[in-house]
Design a binder for this molecule. Structure first.
Ligand code: LLP
Length: 419
């Protein structure tokens, strides 16, 4: 068991000091459960690793945008990285300050840019020359001044899953680093845009520091080069945080990453980091109940009440998540090899493949490490309701997202029903 907040106590699985069986009985399954102390500690580890170095930790909202999580992070001083106006509005709804928000993303619409400028967003990360034109025209129309960073694409391989690699030259993200100088010239001659930073993000679930430092090294070279033409950058935004241990991966420690960054980036630049997965990933799990044990000649299926609409990572990226039995006594028995599957009409609806599990109909199991990119990637596929989310704080817990109701599922279709 990897999270120190997840442990067996009296034969029952607990997150912090709460018996997960109690939550399943009260709230039903499937549901996501998060440990507040776990994500707060992870955020604080990032924050304190920088010591005296000038920095900002902008939590990547896309990893988990639950309002209560955003609020808890706001309360401990987090800033935020968003990729849509919806995420920005969630940050504001949770009490976060727009001035502390970095707005990234390759396809920001005119409307989104307008709304973000109206709200007073801290920095817009530009992803193309075309977006520069759009931003400048919106800013000019509004008479608004805006800080910008260009997200550069350094063409460095992050050695992670291809779907979440973003810093190679054939990726849609960022401006090729060799084109960035010209773009900065344009930005600095704009009346409305201030070239305050350079950003880069080469991918997610990165478990080695070297590619990150290599990419950041290129960014520093660019910043120093811009200085020679009179453009003084203030911040270097190095993108997302570390990968996590889903299945024995050994990512570097937060201190190793931050020490490396502080070494590569000269002190004159303020550092911005946008971690998501490593903050909330290990802090969350999904509780699901076994509906059937279906045995065929070739395979054993544990059919549970959660599906790929609740947790998409295994289907989309072959993501591996540990599956834990609620009762410790069952965890000790070497069960049959089985596939844990959901009720959805797709073969890809497999949450875990070839696991040794000793469980029975009605048993509760926990799918580990899915606080990041879990609930946020959920959908209503097969007209299934979005599940509830629960936040634990020591021995107490709160439902921080109610299970969706059937009425809410159909509300946007009911009032426009054809005759
Ligand atoms: N900043 C930018 C610009 C990003 O694109 C991302 C993630 C982050 C920060 C946060 O990176 P992290 O610290 O979480 O590694 N759904 C996928 C992950 C997609 C990540 C997209 N960008 C998954 O479930 O693995």
């Amino acid at each position: 068991m990897k999270s120190k907040f997840l442990k067996y106590h009296n034969n029952r699985l607990h997150l912090e000091d709460v018996d997960l069986g109690k939550i399943a009985d009260e709230v039903g399954t499937p549901c996501y459960v998060y440990s507040r102390r776990s994500f707060e500690q992870a955020w604080c580890q990032y924050n304190s690793a920088f010591k005296e170095r000038s920095h900002r930790i902008c939590y990547a909202v896309k990893a988990n945008d639950n309002l209560s999580i955003l609020k808890a992070l706001t309360l401990i001083g987090s800033d935020f990285d968003v990729v849509s106006i919806g995420e920005l509005n969630k940050v504001i709804a949770a009490g976060g300050k727009p001035a502390g928000v970095v707005f990234s993303g390759v396809g920001k619409t005119r409307n989104e840019i307008e709304e973000a400028l109206k709200a007073g967003v801290g920095c817009i990360n530009l992803e193309s020359c075309e977006e520069f034109e759009r931003l400048e025209s919106v800013a000019e129309n509004m008479g608004a001044f805006v800080n910008v960073a260009v997200r550069v694409n350094p063409d460095v391989d992050p050695k992670t899953h291809p779907y979440i690699s973003t810093g190679l030259k054939d990726s849609k993200f960022g401006v090729p680093i060799d084109d960035a100088r010209e773009l900065y010239r344009k930005i600095s001659s704009s009346k409305w845009l201030n070239p305050s930073g350079i950003a880069c993000h080469i991918g997610s679930q990165i478990t080695i520091v070297d590619p990150i430092l290599e990419a950041v090294g290129h960014v520093v070279d660019l910043a120093l080069d811009l200085k020679t033409i009179g453009i003084q950058i203030e911040t270097i935004d190095v993108g997302g945080g570390l990968g996590i241990d889903y299945r024995g991966e050994t990512p570097p420690t937060i201190n190793e990453l931050v020490d490396g960054l502080c070494r590569v980036v000269p002190e004159e630049f303020k550092l911005v980091l946008e971690p998501g997965r490593s903050i909330v990933g290990p802090a969350g799990l999904m509780l699901t109940r076994v509906e059937f044990i279906k045995k065929t000649k070739d395979r054993n299926f544990v059919i549970v009440d959660a599906g790929m609409n609740d947790l998409l990572r295994p289907a989309l990226y072959d993501g591996w998540h540990d599956v834990l039995t609620y009762c410790e006594s069952l965890a000790g028995v070497e069960g049959d090899i089985c596939d844990v599957v959901g009720p959805i009409c797709e073969t890809g609806d497999t949450l875990a493949k070839n696991r040794r599990l000793h469980v029975f109909e009605g048993d509760l199991v926990a799918v580990a490490d899915c606080g990041a990119y879990g609930s946020v990637m959920g959908s209503n596929y097969n007209a299934r309701l979005r599940c509830a989310e629960i936040l634990i704080n020591e021995s107490s817990y709160r439902i921080v997202r109610r299970r969706q109701t059937f009425d809410s599922l159909i509300s946007d279709e009911k009032d426009v029903l054809i005759d």
